[in-house]
Design a protein around this ligand. Structure first.
Ligand code: NAD
Length: 366
C-alpha cells in the first residue's frame, strides 16, 4: 500500500531522530511491500529562519494533504536562542499550537510501557512493578478548563480569578469513541477518570462514556475518581489498559504515568482527529544540549512511527514488528546514553551506541 507521510524534522535533535524513524519505515516498506512517500514540512525555529514565521499556510496545506504527519521536535534553548526574543505568537511553539488547531487534533495518546530491561529506571518498588505495565493515556486536548472563558477582576474590593471548565456531549462522545476504538486494539479495558462526585462536567462525561460503552460490549469499562487514579498509578499501574480522561486530568496523569517508566527518550505520542489522520511525535523536546552530537535516543520517534502505522494506516503487524525489534535490541544490551545504567557493573554488561547505530540495529532486527 502507498501512504503520504508529512515529515516535520524541526529543530535541535529533531532531524537526527526523525532520520532514524524514516530509516525504520523504509525497512518496513521493503519487508512488507509498502511505499511511504515523504513530504518535508518546515515548522518551528527552522521555519522562522527560512520564512520569518514558525508555520506558513503552505506548510499547513502540506500537512492537511498528508495521510499522517511524523514529527521530531521544535524549539531551541529558551534562554539563549534568538527565537525567544520574538513575540510569543512568532516563537517556534506557536507553530505547533497552530498546527494542532488547524488539524483539529482533539485526542492525545501517550503510552506508558515499562521495558523489562529498563526496570531500574522505574522509581517504583520491585514488588509493585512485577512483570511491568503497559497502559495508554487518552487525553482530551481541545476542551475543558484550558480552553474555557477566564478572567481576573476585582469583586467587592478583592481580586478574583475565574476559569471555566466546560464540555459538551459531542466533545465527550468523540474522544470516548476514540478511547474505545484504541482499547479494541489492546487489552479491551477502559478506565474513565473523572471527578463525578463534585463536578457537573464530570457527571456528563460519565453519562456519555457509558452511552458510548454500550456500542463496545467486548470492552470492560470502569470509572475512577481522579484523586484515586493518581494514587493507583503508583500503587498498582498494572491494572490499567486505556485511561480515558479530560484535558486537565490527562495533562497531570500522563506526566505521572510517563515518570514511572523512566526515560523521556523512550516515550512516543500521537494526536488524533475524527479521521484516520494523526500527528506522531516523541514526548520529549528538541534537547538543544545534545543536538548535533549523534547521541540522542531515537526510540521514542521510532515508536511514534509505529503508532502512526497502527492508528492512521491500520498496519498492526508492521507496528508489532517495530515494537518487537525495539524490545529485542534492548534485550541484546544496546543502549543510548540516556538509558545507560548508573552502576558500573551494570554498565559493563551493556553496549553504548549512538543515534544512527540504534536506528540501524532496530532495522536489522525487523
Ligand atoms: P527536552 O525534552 O528537550 O530536554 C530535557 C532533557 O531530556 C535534556 O537533558 C535532553 O538532553 C533530554 N532528552 C530529551 N529528549 C531526548 C532524547 N531523545 N534522547 C536523549 N535525551 C533526551 O526539554 P527542554 O530542555 O525543557 O526543552 C528544549 C526545547 O524543546 C525548548 O525549546 C522547548 O520549548 C522544546 N519542546 C518542544 C516540544 C515539542 O516539539 N513537542 C516538547 C517539549 C519541549
Amino acid at each position: 500500500m502507498e501512504f503520504n507521510v508529512g515529515v516535520i524534522k524541526g529543530d535541535g535533535i529533531g532531524p537526527e531522530i526523525v532520520t532514524e524513524a524514516q530509516k525504520v519505515l523504509d525497512k518496513i516498506a521493503v519487508s512488507f511491500g509498502h511505499n511511504f512517500i515523504y513530504k518535508d514540512i518546515l515548522m518551528g525555529g527552522c521555519s522562522i529562519d527560512a520564512t520569518g514565521v514558525p508555520l506558513t499556510d503552505e506548510a499547513i496545506a502540506d500537512a492537511l494533504a498528508s495521510d499522517a504527519v511524523l514529527m521530531g521536535s521544535i524549539g531551541g534553548n529558551t534562554a539563549t536562542s534568538p527565537w525567544y526574543k520574538l513575540p510569543p505568537e512568532k516563537r517556534p511553539e506557536a507553530g505547533l499550537l497552530k498546527l494542532r488547531k488547524s488539524l483539529n487534533l482533539f485526542a492525545n495518546l501517550r503510552p506508558a510501557y515499562l521495558y523489562e530491561e529498563l526496570k531500574e529506571a522505574c522509581p517504583l518498588r520491585e514488588d509493585i512493578i512485577g512483570d511491568g505495565f503497559d497502559m495508554m493515556i487518552m487525553r482530551e486536548l481541545t476542551g475543558g478548563l484550558y480552553f474555557g472563558a477566564r478572567e481576573t477582576k476585582e469583586v467587592d474590593g478583592v481580586m478574583t480569578a475565574v476559569d471555566t471548565l466546560s464540555y459538551n456531549e459531542d466533545e465527550i462522545r468523540r474522544i470516548a469513541k476514540r478511547g474505545f476504538d484504541i482499547a479494541m486494539k489492546r487489552r479491551k479495558k477502559v478506565t474513565s477518570v473523572d471527578k463525578a462526585n463534585v463536578l457537573d462536567s464530570s457527571r456528563l462525561w460519565r453519562k456519555v462514556v457509558e452511552e458510548v460503552a454500550a456500542d463496545y460490549p467486548e470492552v470492560e469499562l470502569e470509572h475512577m475518581l481522579v484523586d484515586n487514579a493518581a494514587m493507583q498509578l503508583v500503587k498498582d499501574p498494572k491494572q490499567f489498559d486505556v485511561i480515558l480522561t479530560e484535558n486537565m486530568f490527562g495533562d497531570i496523569l500522563s506526566d505521572e504515568a510517563s515518570m514511572v517508566t523512566g526515560s523521556i527518550g523512550m516515550l512516543s505520542s500521537a494526536s488524533l482527529n475524527e479521521t484516520k489522520f494523526g500527528l506522531y511525535e516523541p514526548s520529549g523536546g528538541s534537547a538543544p544540549d545534545i543536538a548535533g552530537k549523534g547521541i540522542a535516543n531515537p526510540i521514542a520517534t521510532i515508536l511514534s512511527a509505529a503508532m502512526m502505522l497502527r492508528y492512521s494506516f491500520d498496519l498492526d503487524k508492521e507496528a508489532d514488528a517495530i515494537e518487537a525489534s525495539v524490545k529485542k535490541v534492548l534485550q541484546q544490551g544496546y543502549r543510548t546514553i540516556d538509558i545507560m545504567p548508573q552502576e558500573a557493573d551494570k554498565r559493563a554488561a551493556v553496549t553504548q551506541v549512538g543515534t544512527s547505530e540504534m536506528g540501524d540495529l532496530i532495522c536489522k532486527n525487523i
